[in-house]
Design a binder for this molecule. Structure first.
Ligand code: SF4
Ligand code: SF4
Length: 421
């Protein structure tokens, strides 16, 4: 008969099978513990992502590498542990090059799912933007190393009939990378090759000619974009109405104007908003310079040129509160796809090698903004007071947040309110 032991989790006693893997034991109890590399039948567990960190008898350990034993005292959810796990996921995003909007696994990616679950709207670590080339050597499988989190699931699971690993890890530090043995890859059956794309928690393994993408709404981590608490923005603004209109300035730096389109998405609600808010400099008013002190400045896009830096500094100087709106302003977003490639190469690719008739040289004129070496997050240039995540952030969420800042009320953007893609 299965032996059971008593363990204590966050002050509550539970009865679990002796020597049961702690991640599985905790989940069997209906409690939540996040994981990325964990895959139940890989033994011994990989323990590469460190996301299931908990405290056992006062020591930090990975849940997947620990087994239940009599009298264990486990801390599962403390503020410190939750933050530690969140930091591990943030580091994983910062270490790779994750452009979810352009990724086939988006919506079905475990890393992205954890980001949503943990409410990561703004990472605290700078992105490394290491240049990693796609590996096309496999007959069927292509490796996208920018999305690989080095979990090693594929290394353990994808093997030839005589148990030789098709994948291996090479290099050190920032340059550690997954490698494919193309000769062995050609030996595995098709089901095994497809399994590689499925076992990968991210979009790092692709299959030539087959798409991993599924329709939004049918994907594993699709959640309805809903505000947890619906707030009547107009009523909120009216309740704290000043003896003047609030002044708001907006700008789009290296972005696509999607966040501005989202601002307009409140449709007829705009008619009420303009009764309470006056727009200063903004693409919506076409006013070119901030004309006075503004209560709030909304910045879409990161800084990719000297002009972007100049505008951002003007906003910081003239706005009481400065908000980075959307992924591009928060960390660079899609324009930061060029950050892995030297600027000179980017410009040559766009203008010299483009094949567009008449475009054979890189434009150069003193009136043109000078491109920076890479796209910078707004917070790398000036202090930012608040962040509104999303690509683009949803309209109701944005207005709720703006109204909350203006009226000094609290709001939460955590949960089902933003999307990375
Ligand atoms: S969906 Fe996942 S793998 Fe793809 S870019 Fe986003 S986080 Fe990376
Ligand atoms: S390719 Fe996927 S499964 Fe393999 S190590 Fe990278 S993230 Fe893990």
């Amino acid at each position: 008969m299965e032996k059971k032991v008593t363990i204590d989790i966050d002050g509550v006693a539970y009865y679990v099978p002796d020597q049961k893997n702690l991640v599985e034991a905790i989940r069997d109890l209906g409690l939540e513990i996040p994981t990325l590399c964990f895959y139940p039948h890989i033994q011994p567990p990989l323990g590469t992502c460190r996301v299931c960190m908990l405290q056992v008898n006062g020591h930090h350990v990975c849940g997947c590498e620990s087994r239940a034993a009599e009298g264990m005292n486990i801390q599962l959810h403390t503020a410190e542990l939750d933050d530690h796990r969140k930091a591990m996921v943030e580091l994983t995003f910062a270490e790779g090059n994750h452009f979810c909007q352009a990724c086939e696994k988006s919506g079905d990616c475990d890393l992205q799912g954890l980001g949503y679950q943990m409410g990561i709207g703004h990472g605290r670590f700078p992105h490394l933007f290491v240049d990693r080339l796609l590996d096309f050597r496999g007959r069927r499988l292509v490796i996208e190393p920018n999305r690989c989190i080095l979990c090693q699931r594929c290394v353990q699971e994808i093997r030839t009939a005589d148990d030789q690993p098709v994948f291996s890890i090479v290099g050190r530090g920032d340059h550690t990378q997954l490698q494919i043995d193309e000769a062995l890859e050609s030996c595995i059956p098709d089901e095994m090759a497809l399994r590689a794309t499925q076992i990968c928690p991210t979009g790092a393994i692709l299959y030539r000619g087959k798409s991993l993408s599924r329709t939004p709404g049918d994907r594993q981590y699709d959640v309805p974009t809903e505000l947890t608490e619906q707030v009547d923005v107009i009523q909120l603004l009216k309740s704290a109405r000043l003896d003047r209109k609030w002044r708001v300035a907006t700008t789009s730096l290296a972005g696509c104007f999607g966040c501005h389109m989202s601002l307009l998405d409140i449709d007829t609600g705009l008619l009420d908003v303009v009764e309470l808010i006056e727009l200063d400099r903004s693409p919506l008013t076409d006013i070119k310079h901030i004309s006075g002190r503004c209560d709030i400045g909304l910045v879409e896009g990161g800084c990719g040129s000297d002009e972007n830096v100049h505008v951002l500094k003007e906003f910081r100087e003239h706005c009481d509160v400065l908000v980075a709106v959307g992924e591009c302003a928060i960390w660079g977003g899609l324009p930061a796809m060029r950050n892995m490639v030297p600027l000179d190469e980017c410009l040559k690719e766009a203008y010299v090698r483009s094949g567009v008739p008449g475009l054979q040289q890189i434009p150069h004129h003193e009136d043109l903004p000078a491109m920076l070496d890479r796209v910078y997050a707004c917070s790398e240039v000036v202090p930012i007071d608040f962040y509104i995540p999303g690509c683009p952030p949803g309209s109701p969420m944005m207005w709720q947040f703006i109204a909350s800042i203006l009226t000094g009320t609290s709001t939460s953007l955590i949960g089902k309110v933003f999307k990375y893609d």
